[in-house]
Design a protein around this ligand. Structure first.
Ligand code: ZN
Length: 282
């Protein structure tokens, strides 16, 4: 495993950590200010949310690289199935690929969506997800963007993600079998999964699209907006990274903390603490 204790250049910021994925939270920093703050602190990359980018993808991507960082990712495609999916999934999916390409982002995260109306259980919805991702994979590859399928914690299965296990995600990646389709591993969603090591062992390094870090608080008050800072919870962060790195993957570790608590703190403090905890604990 890599040793980050003296060097956190493998750390990337997901801007949701500063509240940028929801209205009314965080300090409202511009992308430019986020870029400067990350560069000043030695972060290696930034993952943005579409709502921050608007029509400025190319300019923002250039600004990130000019500051010596990478655009590690973009969040995210539309939900592909279930109650939150838009009428025009294909069109919105395409728009997200184009934005990721404009940014020069390494990957585009897919949160797949919940259970399709009129169906029960997960099976039919998972087939819709698989077929939609397979249909869009060539476009992503042409745009130079890796699609990262992210399984979420089972508590979200109804409305946000019928994909709740790493096993089902790896099955789907194998079925699609496309160079532009891989897995996003998010500590928040997989920390409890005792089969994680065995499932990740089914993947190659180039099938890991992203690795997202935070912690699971033992007394979680809100399953969406009470993620923990690394070290404050019960996830075995080094064991999980070890399982991801056992594939040979050596990419960025992206801190992604949706938390009303941390969004109420000064962004400078949050960025400093993330870097310190990353060096100590991740
Ligand atoms: Zn994530």
């Amino acid at each position: 495993m890599r040793d980050f204790s003296q060097d956190h250049s493998a750390l990337a910021l997901n801007t949701a950590t500063l509240g940028h994925n929801l209205d009314g939270y965080g300090a409202g920093w511009s992308p430019e200010r986020v870029i400067d703050a990350c560069a000043a602190r030695g972060y290696g990359g930034i993952t943005f949310w579409r709502r921050e980018i608007g029509g400025q993808a190319v300019q923002i991507g250039q600004a990130v690289r000019a500051a010596g960082l990478r655009v590690t990712g973009l969040c995210r495609t539309p939900l592909l199935v279930g109650p939150g999916a838009p009428d025009d999934v294909t069109g919105d999916f395409r728009a997200s690929i184009e934005m990721a390409a404009g940014l020069g982002a390494d990957s585009l995260t897919i949160v797949v969506g919940g259970v399709q109306e009129g169906t029960k259980g997960l099976g039919e919805s998972l087939k819709i997800v698989r077929d939609t991702v397979a249909r869009m994979a060539d476009e992503a590859q042409s745009a130079g963007v890796m699609l990262g399928i992210e399984p979420l914690h089972p508590v979200y299965a109804g409305d946000r993600s019928c994909l709740v296990s790493v096993r089902d995600a790896v099955d789907m990646i194998e079925e699609i079998d496309h160079a532009a389709v891989g897995l996003d591993v998010d500590v928040y969603h997989v920390w409890w999964d005792r089969s994680l090591v065995d499932q990740l062992a089914r993947l190659r390094a180039d099938q890991i699209a992203g690795y997202h870090i935070c912690d699971w608080l033992a007394e979680t008050r809100d399953v969406l907006l009470d993620r923990g800072m690394m070290g404050d919870g019960v996830a075995d962060l080094t064991a999980i990274r070890g399982a991801v790195e056992a594939t040979g993957w050596r990419g960025f570790c992206e801190v992604e903390i949706f938390s009303k608590h941390w969004w109420s703190r000064p962004p400078e403090e949050v960025l400093d603490l993330c870097a310190a905890r990353f060096r100590e604990l991740c």
